[in-house]
Ligand binder design. Sequence first.
Ligand code: ARG
Length: 465
Amino acid sequence: MAKNKNNQAIWSTRISKKTSQIFKKSGSSLNIDKRLYKEDIEASTAHIEMLFKQKIISFKIKAKIIWGLNKIKNEIIKKKFNFNNENEDIHMSIENRLFEIIGDDAGFVHTARSRNDQVITDFKLWLRKATDDLIANLNNTIKIILKKSEDNIYTIMPGFTHLKNAQPISFGHYLLAYVEMFNRDKKRFKNNFESLMENPLGVAALTGTSFNIDRNFTTKKLKFKIPTKNSVDTVADRDFVVDFLYGTSMCAMHISRLAEEFIIWNSDGFRLINLNDKIVTGSSIMPQKKNPDPLEFLRGKTGEAYGNLFSMLTILKGLPLSYFKDLQDDKEIVFRSYDRLKDSIQILNEILKNILINKKRMLELAEHGYITSTDLADYMVKELNYSFRKSYNITSKIVNYCEKKNKKLYELKIEEFQKIEPKIKIEVFKFIDLKNSINSKKSYAGTSFGNIKKMINKYKKEINK
Ligand code: ARG
């Protein structure tokens, strides 16, 4: 509970009994929202400058308050600030300390504002930075993937559907799929800026204020784009929080898919990649083990991201307008999601730098499963003028034959092909070659080597946009 210089709660004249101790302890958000101290002081400073410009407070009071706020900021930075849990939150802590430093003039700081608009202003300022930071971290991920992709344009692996060998693909191309996902994550975070750039300050408790404030002034000072347009909605709105949490959930989900993929590829059954010792852990009983724990950690933590999104959605469901204490939880939820995702992206970046690609094994696996059967069918469409369905059927017969003889497609003699389809000619071998198959997929967004190179260049150019 905030107190003025007489060590009284701000509302003690009205509320005569002390708040229940147990509620005071649990209901205080100070330990969580103290992270907002810089934004709180920044927003209060802008508010005070506006009050002065509008002649609502004097120059002397403005100067005193701003001096006091700066002093508080330095105290916090130098870890000399006493975060006293008697205060409900960071806003009350700072106001209370201001009373201690400058005396009763501190009482002017809260003219024409409420904690309701103050909290959202601070929170949006914080989220703008957090969002930029996540985007910067994702840019690192994308750069690392692009480098790996460039090194692996000619690395042949099986592309899977249903985790069964489907068609040969370049590992470089496969990796670029994740660039697309992380680019979409960036876009989702950027989209939220439209809401994050609307300034809540000045709507006060819920109705606006009778003081002649200038919301455009604080909008400019705090680098928002426009003031919010409805005072009630402003106080009640946490859509920008849900959008952020949805963004973090989607990004965590993409990381989790990549993690799962690498776990499978690293398994003894697949052996497509190895993990450097930096990114494995051992077993307490089985001395031979090198386990992909960091990948499993990333996959597991996705649950927390989804949980946080659902916590916030559930808090908002059925909450009437405008402010309720329920909303206080928004900060804890967002901080947890942000911290976790930032760590996860950085762990992922370490992992990406420390995976070893088993190119030989990738190629070996790609030679299984009659993986160029579609190319064989395409050959007949192109060279024999057959319909795709007819070619598909002939190819099925050839695959059945291979299976019976325990041979790969390319191990068949031309006579064996011709026994099933007499018109097949020797060029067929060019079509069913793994490398040729990959390079024939020249349609836009396909896996041909030329396409991959062009895409990598395009991504590189776009990265900082
Ligand atoms: N600690 C509160 C929060 O973060 C501050 C807002 C308090 N407003 C109020 N009317 N009690 O939500």
